[in-house]
Design a protein around this ligand. Structure first.
Ligand code: ADP
Ligand code: ASP
Ligand code: MG
Length: 406
């Protein structure tokens, strides 16, 4: 007998028929003698709709109310899930974040889980009841509902698996596992049998939304055995594992892209100590995530251009912050665009190979794609390009690194 967490994403619970399908899958595990905790997302499209409503009323909304609104999608699916299981004679009960409770910090709309009290859930699981948990939500220290950031049900599931000391955490989604790149834009993408926590973390944080970044961090820290697999087939999925479980390591194991980028350039700022601090200090205070940064060589030794990227959702606020500090920063001109995509190659094999980045630059050059900003780390290289070339770039790189399926 094993204790497992099964998480179902939005497309897996998109309507009542699909919820019944999921219930049948859960019943199979129960019938096999396992203890099961189910974590569900909202029906696909629902969270976007809720966010849209909030935006329409107030684009600079109060995040506490935003959380009340957007967490509601999961309340519906978790109730339907428990009901569907009950109708198949499987004992089941739904749980909202606050009822468990799943305690988070107070960072509304992107809260982090701090603790999960499993006393009651443990009892129910031991008694053979399926516990159905609403993903994406928790409760802040001041007792208000929080949400964990988009895609956060993955994190709910992994955190629950860690807290319940589950043997497995299975993430059921609409693709058969983690692929070398997004199979929706590269039909030749290959399913990866096993991927390291580290690579999965990079893939996720660089745009592969198949797992939320925070969920991978959590899995890595608590050594949760995560498997990504399909709700709609019985195919083997992808296991996220330690590096020593992987026998043969590719140099580049995956390619990710993110359209959630915007680029800001400050033309002619002083080339002297303290300039970067006057720009990025206020952005940090405003809780804006700055990602890639380049500073040009100054032409005359006096001034330089500073370019950086921020998530699209924080673009308007970033511009407001910069404009609000115009006198202190003393830039001549402010240029900005959201017509950019970040494309990244990832692989732990990069540590021991040279020429990996060069191949990326050459491949893009051959396709006539201009690179606007570059950033690297030990196991990844990212470039910022014009959004219209996203598919072209990802496909060309996928072929260049020998990742195409036969
Ligand atoms: P869910 O609603 O089940 O949480 P998501 O839409 O959040 O599903 O994540 C699954 C999607 O992630 C897939 O449909 C796929 O388009 C996308 N994706 C992006 N990169 C990858 C990748 N490398 N491997 C698998 N899926 C990926
Ligand atoms: N429903 C939430 C979202 O769409 C959480 C999730 O699906 O993981 O972001
Ligand atoms: Mg998701």
């Amino acid at each position: 007998m094993a204790r497992i967490v099964m998480k179902f994403g939005g497309t897996s619970v998109a309507d009542v028929e699909k919820i019944k399908n999921v219930a049948r899958r859960v019943k199979r595990e129960v019938d096999a003698g396992n203890q099961v905790a189910v974590v569900v997302s909202a029906m696909s499209g629902k969270t976007n709709e809720l966010v849209g409503w909030a935006d329409t009323i107030s684009p600079l909304y109060d995040a506490r109310e935003y959380d009340v609104i957007v967490s509601s999608g999961e309340q519906v699916t978790v109730g339907l899930m428990a009901m569907a299981l009950q109708s198949m004679d499987v004992p089941a009960r739904s749980w909202l974040g606050w009822q468990i409770p799943i305690k988070t910090d107070g960072a509304h709309a992107k809260a982090r889980i701090q603790s999960i009290d499993t006393t009651e859930l443990d009892k129910r699981l031991d008694a053979g009841e399926v516990v159905c948990v609403a993903g994406f939500q928790g409760i802040a220290p001041d007792n208000r509902i929080t949400t964990l950031g988009r895609g956060g049900s993955d994190t709910s599931a992994v955190a629950l698996a860690a807290a319940l000391k589950a043997d497995r955490c299975d993430i059921y989604t609409d693709v058969e596992g983690v692929y070398t790149t997004d199979p929706r834009i590269v039909p030749k993408a290959r399913k990866i049998e096993k991927i390291t926590y580290e690579e999965m973390l990079e893939l996720a944080s660089l745009g592969a939304k198949v797992l939320q970044t925070r969920s991978v961090e959590m899995a890595m820290n608590h050594r949760v055995r995560v498997q990504v697999r399909s709700t709609f087939s019985d195919a083997e999925g992808t296991l996220v594992v330690d590096e020593d479980e992987i026998v043969e390591q590719e140099v580049v194991s995956g390619i990710a892209y993110s359209r959630d980028e915007a680029k800001i350039t400050l033309v002619k700022v002083a080339d002297k100590p303290g300039t970067a601090a006057t720009i990025f200090g206020p952005l940090a205070e405003a809780n804006i995530n700055v990602d890639m940064i380049v500073q040009n060589i100054s032409e005359n030794g006096n001034s330089t251009d500073m370019t950086f990227t921020v998530p699209r959702g924080e673009f308007k606020r970033a511009l407001q912050v910069i404009e609000g500090n115009r006198e202190k920063i003393a830039y001549q001109e402010l240029l900005s665009t959201s017509d950019v995509t970040k494309v990244s190659i990832i692989g732990v094999g990069m540590r021991s190979h040279v020429g990996v980045a060069r191949k990326m630059f050459e491949t893009l050059a051959e396709k006539g794609i201009n690179i606007q900003v570059i950033s690297t780390s030990e196991i990844k290289v990212s470039v910022l390009i014009s959004e219209e070339y996203t598919e072209l770039a990802v496909r060309a790189l996928h072929t260049a690194y020998g990742l195409d399926a036969d």
